[in-house]
Design a protein around this ligand. Structure first.
Ligand code: KG4
Ligand code: ZN
Length: 359
């Protein structure tokens, strides 16, 4: 079947066309229009601006997805759309667009949970992944570990109690003078730092005696450390920290993040039994985190799998892949589909239950 999918939960407007047969996927197109430059001015995503930018971009992105795939709307068998979690105004743009498209061509509309879709990106290259596996979803807005027992069956076994890891990378990166979003810059800066001995220590984001994370303490400690080092060196507002110190702080911060996430993954495997470790979400692009989790997987004799980099950040192809499994499970939406800021709010409305609306 051919699925047209739509993603607009944060600051990427994306539409994709995928062919799905027997749980095998071919990505025919995956167009992503990013708003990063617009939001960089403000150092973070401004929700109102994000919604307007989605509205401006979505029709052109959809047309491009169709033309890149070499199809017309006549070939579409179903439309999948992210309806939770995310920024409400941003989600509503994609949801309204997908509703109209599905209604006008007379095909089923499939609501998709953005977080599950991040994990589903892995099936593009690994369709035979065995269950259960552990999906470590690390992005600008989420840091959670799920035990996945089937394509639509996710149980959260660890989560951040406050900020997401990506947000912490962005905040600390900014204080180190990097351009938003700072993930890739922090990755490179930390690599420089790891070339020398890293003696600075920052707190772990792993909440003791739990499988949860807390990134706000680590974030504040890193920001305070930068502030104190600047004071010690009597730096003016526009003076940068010495390069070697910037690199060491980035490395110390990265080490805390990778050690903390590794500890949680080790403890969920110990508690719930073996399973492959899947790393997905925007922060999955981080080379140090990939290395750390791949080492944890190797120690536990389980596979480590991560989607191709272009499928790690927000994109509609992953929405189409998860949409396919939701479709098989009988999940449908009607023209009354709404957008939800949290997974819990969508679940409370029964959005992802089988046959929410009869066809
Ligand atoms: O999944 P995503 O594209 O959007 C959300 O749903 O949040 O994730 C974006 C986040 C940003 O915070 C960005 O700084 C971070 O992913 N990121 C990275 C790297 N590349 C992107 N963080 C650390 N290391 C990277 N290499
Ligand atoms: Zn995301």
């Amino acid at each position: 079947m051919i699925i047209f999918s739509v993603e607009s939960s944060c600051d990427e407007t994306s539409c994709a066309v995928i062919r799905a047969e027997d749980s095998r996927f071919e990505i025919l197109s995956n167009v992503v229009a990013t708003q990063i430059e617009t939001h960089a001015l403000y150092g973070g995503v401004v929700p109102e601006i994000a919604s307007r930018a989605h509205l401006e971009a979505i029709s052109a992105v959809a047309e491009r997805a169709l033309s890149d795939a070499g199809i017309t709307t006549d070939s579409i068998d179903a439309v999948a759309v992210t309806c939770a979690p995310g920024l409400i105004g941003a989600l509503l743009v994609g949801v309204s667009f997908a509703k109209s498209l599905a209604y006008s061509i007379g095909v089923p509309l499939i609501p998709v949970n953005h977080i599950k879709a991040h994990a589903a990106a892995v099936y593009a290259e690994n369709p035979d992944l065995e269950y259960p596996f552990y999906a470590v979803i690390v992005s600008g807005s989420h840091t959670s570990v799920y035990r996945v027992t089937g394509p639509t069956e996710f149980v959260e076994v660890g989560a951040s109690r406050d900020d997401a890891a990506g947000e912490a990378f962005d905040k600390v990166g900014r204080r180190l003078g990097l351009a938003y979003p700072c993930g890739a810059g922090m990755d490179a800066l930390a690599a420089e730092g790891f070339k020398n001995k890293v003696t600075l220590k920052l707190p772990s984001p792993h909440v003791k005696d739990s499988t949860d994370f807390s990134f706000s303490g680590l974030k504040t400690a890193a920001v305070n450390l930068i502030h104190n080092e600047r004071q010690k060196l009597s730096l003016g507002d526009d003076d940068p920290l010495p390069d070697s110190l910037r690199a060491e702080i980035a490395a110390a911060f990265t080490r805390s993040v990778t050690d903390g996430i590794s500890e949680v993954v080790r403890s969920v495997i110990a508690e719930y039994g073996p399973g492959a470790v899947i790393l997905a979400g925007g922060v999955a692009a981080n080379s140090h985190l990939r290395k750390a989790l791949s080492a944890v997987a190797e120690k536990n004799s389980v596979p480590f799998v991560t989607p191709a980099r272009d499928l790690c950040g927000d994109n509609a192809a992953m929405i189409g892949i998860q949409g396919y499994f939701e479709y098989l499970a009988g999940v449908r939406a009607g023209t009354d589909l709404n957008a939800y800021a949290s997974e819990e709010a969508a679940e409370a409305e029964g959005v992802f239950e089988s046959s929410a609306v009869a066809e």
